[in-house]
Design a protein around this ligand. Structure first.
Ligand SMILES: Nc1nc2c(ncn2[C@@H]2O[C@H](COP(=O)(O)OP(=O)(O)OP(=O)(O)O)[C@@H](O)[C@H]2O)c(=O)[nH]1
Ligand SMILES: [Mg+2]
Length: 301
C-alpha cells in the first residue's frame, strides 16, 4: 500500500469549532476549546491516521478583524497555515450562516484557494433544522467553488468520519511525516501552558482572558516518575493579578487543580503544578512572549 500524507488547515471565524474538530480527528485533546472566541492563538498540529494516510490537521486561530498586535499575529498565523496546507477546510457555523466575517474569509480564499483544494464544513448542525442547512450550503457554494461540502457536528461526531475519509483520499502520495503514534507536533511545555490557559479562560470573565498569557518556565522529571512543572501567568495590571489569585488564592487554586488533573490524564502520570502570577504591563509588545506562543513577532505586526 502506498502511503499518503499532507497538511489540512482548518480555518474559520473564532468559535467555529476548529479546535473541537482537530481533537475529534486526532482522537485526543491536543488543542484547547472554550465557549469564548479567540481561544486558539497559534497553529496547533494534530496528527490523525486514516488507513494508509496520515493527515496532519493544522488548527488555526480564528479569522477576525485584528486590532492589537497579538490579534494581527494570530490572523497572520491562520492565513499562513492555510497557505502552507495541501487542503483547506473552511468551517462555518450552521446557526450563524454567512456573517460579514465569513464574507471576508471568502475574499481571502480567492487568493489562498489557488493551488489547493478547499472544502466547506458546515459545523454545529445539531443546532439547526435541515432546511437551514441546505439553503446555507447552496448560498456558500454560489459564493465559492468548494471542492466538497460536509455537514458536521464536531462536538457530537456527526459527519466527522466521512470528512476524514475524503481528506485522506485527497492527500498526495507521500511517506508519513510523523511516527505513527505521534498525535501532536507541539512541545509538551506548550501543551501544558495551553491547558492552564484554557482553565483560566473558562474561569475568568470579560476581557481578562485576552490580556494574559501562560508560559512553562521549568519542567523537571522526578525520580518517582512524576513531573514538577512551573508556570507563569503574565497579566497586565495589579488588579488583574488580584482577580486571578482570587479571595485567599481560591481562584488560582481551582485553576491549578483543574489544569493539573488534565495534565495528569494526558501524561498518564502524577504532576506537581506550580503557578505564579506576574504583572507585566507590556507583555503584548514583547517579542519573547510571541515566540513562546509559537507566533511571529514582526515590525508592523
Ligand atoms: N453545539 C455544538 N457546539 C460545538 C460544536 N463544535 C464545537 N462546538 C462548541 O463551540 C465552541 C467553540 O469551539 P472551539 O473548537 O474552541 O472553536 P474554535 O474555532 O477553535 O475557536 P477559536 O480558537 O476561538 O478560533 C465550544 O464551546 C465548543 O464546544 C458542534 O458541533 N455543536
Ligand atoms: Mg480554537
Amino acid at each position: 500500500m502506498t502511503q499518503r500524507a499532507g497538511f489540512v488547515a482548518l480555518i474559520g471565524e473564532p468559535n467555529a469549532g476548529k479546535s473541537t474538530l482537530t481533537n475529534a480527528m486526532v482522537g485526543a485533546k491536543v488543542s484547547i476549546v472554550t465557549h469564548k472566541v479567540q481561544t486558539t492563538r497559534a497553529r496547533i498540529r494534530g496528527v490523525a491516521m486514516e488507513g494508509e494516510a496520515q493527515i496532519v490537521f493544522v488548527d488555526t486561530p480564528g479569522l477576525f478583524q485584528p486590532r492589537r498586535r497579538l490579534d494581527r499575529a494570530m490572523v497572520a498565523a491562520a492565513w499562513g497555515g492555510a497557505a502552507d496546507a495541501d487542503i483547506v477546510v473552511l468551517m462555518v457555523e450552521a446557526h450563524r450562516g454567512v456573517t460579514p466575517g465569513v464574507e471576508r474569509i471568502l475574499e481571502g480564499l480567492a487568493d489562498i484557494g489557488k493551488g489547493r483544494k478547499v472544502a466547506l464544513a458546515i459545523n454545529k448542525i445539531d443546532r439547526v433544522k435541515a432546511e437551514v442547512l441546505l439553503a446555507l450550503s447552496k448560498d456558500l457554494n454560489e459564493r465559492y467553488p468548494f471542492a466538497e461540502t460536509f455537514m458536521i457536528s464536531a462536538e457530537k461526531g456527526y459527519g466527522v468520519a466521512a470528512l476524514k475519509r475524503w481528506l485522506a483520499g485527497q492527500l498526495p502520495e507521500h511517506p508519513w511525516l510523523y511516527p505513527e503514534d505521534q498525535i501532536a507536533d507541539l512541545p509538551m511545555r506548550m501543551i501544558a501552558a495551553e491547558m492552564t490557559r484554557e482553565k483560566l479562560t473558562l474561569r475568568l470573565h470579560q476581557e481578562l482572558p485576552y490580556q494574559l498569557t501562560v508560559e512553562t518556565e521549568n519542567w523537571e522529571e522526578r525520580k518517582d516518575g512524576s513531573a514538577r512543572i512551573d508556570q507563569v501567568v503574565y497579566v497586565m495590571r495589579d488588579g488583574h493579578k488580584g482577580i486571578v489569585l482570587g479571595h485567599k488564592g481560591e481562584t488560582i487554586k481551582a485553576i491549578s487543580k483543574a489544569a493539573r488533573e488534565e495534565l495528569e490524564e494526558f501524561l498518564g502520570r502524577k504532576v506537581h503544578l506550580f503557578l505564579q502570577v506576574k504583572v507585566r504591563p507590556n507583555w503584548l509588545e514583547e517579542a519573547e512572549r510571541y515566540s513562546e506562543m509559537g507566533l511571529e513577532f514582526k515590525d508592523g505586526n
